[in-house]
Design a protein around this ligand. Structure first.
Ligand code: 5GP
Ligand code: ZN
Length: 114
């Protein structure tokens, strides 16, 4: 728990969020400012600031986030196309320094991303 971290506060429950999934390792919440009809954030319960702070022993956790994102995409009928994104550091638009996997779906996406 990082006292200054928005997502740690959401995980702890002191800041509310629309939770769509939870298990012992992660939570999934609706993004407060959705960029697509479905925009969900998969967040590990343990505070990790950026993808660059991941250690080899976190590999299963990162996989776990992706597998749960795929489950949610399947349940929401998004299998024609969805996007999974980790933004890392300011140059990529990271604003909350507790890693989170964006699941975006429900519209078509351009490539390359902006
Ligand atoms: P980043 O830019 O760090 O990759 O993504 C942070 C995401 O968190 C943004 O999409 C933003 O809309 C979302 N966000 C910021 N504050 C809150 C909040 O208080 N609640 C929820 N549910 N999402 C938030
Ligand atoms: Zn945190």
């Amino acid at each position: 728990m990082d006292e200054d971290c928005l997502f740690c506060k959401i995980i702890e429950g002191s800041i509310p969020a629309a939770k769509v999934y939870e298990d012992e390792q992660c939570v999934a919440i609706e993004d407060i400012n959705p960029q697509a009809p479905t925009h969900i954030l998969l967040i590990p319960k343990r505070h990790i600031a950026t993808v660059l702070d991941l250690a080899p022993e976190d590999a299963a956790l990162v996989g776990h986030l992706h597998l749960n994102a795929a489950d949610i995409a399947r349940k929401r009928g998004l299998t024609d196309g969805f996007r999974l994104v980790f933004n890392c550091n300011a140059g990529a638009g990271q604003t909350v320094y507790h890693i989170h996997l964006h699941l975006l779906g429900g519209r078509t996406f351009g490539w390359p991303p902006g």
